[in-house]
Design a protein around this ligand. Structure first.
Ligand SMILES: [Zn+2]
Length: 571
């Protein structure tokens, strides 16, 4: 083991002294040359070649000087002018859900409610009686005509129940903030007319009080909780096989998309145990930065025992907490300062009460955890800032607001001044854009919706993600949204708030690292940092804007080793 440590220490010393000449004496294990390397390192923004020693970057620079670091044992790879960027950091996704979603009915492309009913009807044919049927990704705003029967803008269960009388069904909204269930699922879950709305949730009802099948925000748990209870009755082996399949699907989805680190936005202690198991089995090939999603009681009891930084050679870190102050805009759950334009009298929902969140903030500080709070509406953002500021004002706590979608102009400077990170998903702006002004009105949308330009100009740090599986995990589509704000309908959503390409790349790399206290080991192609790299088919900084979404990920490297290579792209 000792001989492994000596070069490592030498490398650290060399980097610390910035002694470029001495670095020349170290020989590389791998050299990638004839490349177009966008390093995101302000001291050395562009390079032609990179030398890798072990799991770390030795040096990036001109072809000649880097090839000079190659010895007899060094592998040399001619990149034929491919573009290399630092390994992408997906700063907000739901890792296991990325896998589970691939095991559920995909409803994202459905154009009508009837089409969704048809997809379920087909699935019923091959299901065992009583087996749960799950789907995900429907969005009523994306349908080209409304359902024949609807309540509150949502479909009712009648048709779904008719095609699936013997199988419980629930279908999750694209945002994850609503489900539609059929009669069988509702009856299993004990849903009756007399059932009250839970705190922070709503059961949509017919005029006579019967539930319509749509459950918003915390009311979802009535249905999903019943499914989970049934799932927990399966044999441990069956449960584990299901989870392992989802895990493997999630890993490959990330690697195919050039993602080397995922910030996992809210998981249970049990999921962390599972990740640790996968790590010990050598199956955690990418890096996870995990936010714990749990009640204060559970946090108090267990969080200290789960704090871990860089376990498994920097593959698993648990040092953050995820909470929710409100819901989503699409389901009218985002907590607003003024009522919704299209739902007069409604201000949205406060899903975790403020005293509870304040207590989480105290726990986070006490146990050295970063706090990440989902806040979408302006009221949700303001209340979160109010809770954070006394903690963060004079300390480097890097607490985050997840989404920070709608910000009242008065609150905008508070991000930078209190060192609070805006963890945003640039593709939400272009997906939601067509209907945001309907919810908020034109003025409020223009002044406060997805205001990246204003935040960056104020000095705030934005880290970027996709919220997958809410949106596709595809980073080039997300990068395109960041720099164009162009929606699928061809129009742009307040394009004056776009990022530059440099800013967008930084939000996906160095800022993601910063938002996880990892900027000294990740986020740029810099000597001493982990050799995590993403290889692209084209130069995302110079191709015409319209070509950005078709840039392909041709390779993904973690720890100096290729973990993904697109077919036909290998040497
Ligand atoms: Zn999320």
């Amino acid at each position: 083991m000792h001989n492994l440590f000596i070069p490592f220490i030498t490398l650290v010393l060399i980097t610390a002294c910035s002694n470029q000449k001495t670095a020349g004496q170290q020989s590389a294990d791998l050299v990638l040359y004839h490349a177009n390397i966008i390093t995101v390192d302000p001291g050395n923004p562009h390079a032609e070649a990179v030398a890798i020693s072990g799991t770390k970057i030795l040096k990036a620079g001109k072809n000649d000087e880097i090839l000079a670091l190659a010895g007899k044992q060094t592998d040399r790879l001619d990149m034929k002018n491919a573009t290399i960027i630092p390994g992408l950091i997906e700063s907000h996704a739901h890792f296991m859900d990325v896998g589970y979603t691939r095991m559920k009915l995909d409803l994202t492309a459905a154009q009508t409610w009837d089409e969704i009913v048809g997809i379920v009807a087909a699935a019923v044919k091959s299901a065992e009686p009583g087996e749960w049927i799950l789907g995900r990704g429907w969005h009523q705003e994306k349908w080209n005509r409304p359902p024949d029967q609807q309540v509150g803008g949502y479909p009712v269960h009648t048709k779904l129940s008719a095609v699936s009388p013997d199988n419980p069904v629930y279908l999750t909204h694209a945002s994850g903030h609503a489900v539609v269930a059929n009669a069988n699922a509702m009856s299993l879950a004990g849903i009756k007319t007399s059932i009250p709305d839970p705190d922070g949730g709503e059961i949509l009802r017919f005029p006579d009080g019967r539930p319509t099948g749509t459950f918003l925000e915390n009311a979802e748990d009535l249905i999903t909780g019943r499914y989970e209870t049934d799932f927990s009755h399966k044999s441990p082996g069956e449960q584990e096989r299901y989870d392992e399949k989802a895990f493997a699907l999630a890993v490959s989805a990330c690697l195919e998309n050039g993602i080397t680190t995922v910030h996992d936005a809210g998981v249970s202690f049990g999921t962390v145990d599972f990740y640790r198991k996968m790590m010990d089995a050598g199956r955690l090939s990418l890096r996870l930065y995990v936010m714990l999603g749990a009640s204060n009681q559970w946090l108090t009891e267990k969080m200290a025992g789960y704090h871990m930084i860089g376990a498994g050679d920097n593959h698993l870190t648990v040092r953050a907490i995820k909470r929710f102050i409100d819901g989503a805009l699409g389901s009218h759950g985002a907590w607003l300062l003024e009522p919704y334009d299209d739902l007069p009298g409604s201000y949205g929902m406060n899903t975790t009460n403020l005293a509870d969140l304040e207590e989480t903030a105290q726990l986070a500080e006490k146990y050295g955890f970063q706090l990440c709070t989902h806040a979408i509406g302006e009221r949700g953002v303001r209340e979160t800032l109010n809770i954070y500021e006394p903690f963060t004002k004079n300390k480097d706590l890097r607490w985050r607001i997840e989404h920070a979608q709608h910000i009242d102009p008065a609150d905008l400077p508070r991000f930078a001044s209190a060192h609070i990170i805006a963890s945003m998903q640039t593709n939400h702006a272009t997906s939601d854009g067509p209907w945001v002004p309907g919810r908020l009105g034109e003025k409020r949308s223009r002044e406060g919706a997805y205001v990246w330009r204003k935040l960056l100009d104020s000095g705030a740090v934005i880290c970027n993600g996709t919220d997958a599986p809410v949106e596709k995990i595809n980073p080039m589509r997300n990068f395109y949204s960041a720099v164009t704000r162009r929606m699928d309908n061809g129009q742009t959503f307040y394009p004056e708030q776009a990022m530059t390409r440099e800013e967008a790349l930084k939000s996906y790399t160095l800022n993601g690292a910063y938002a996880a206290f990892e900027e000294t080991i990740k986020g740029s192609v810099t000597p001493g940092k982990l050799a995590d790299l993403t290889i692209l088919s084209d130069d995302l900084m110079t191709v015409p804007e319209s070509e950005i979404p078709s840039i392909r990920i041709t390779g993904t490297m973690i720890d100096g080793r290729f973990v993904y290579q697109a077919s036909g792209e290998t040497e």
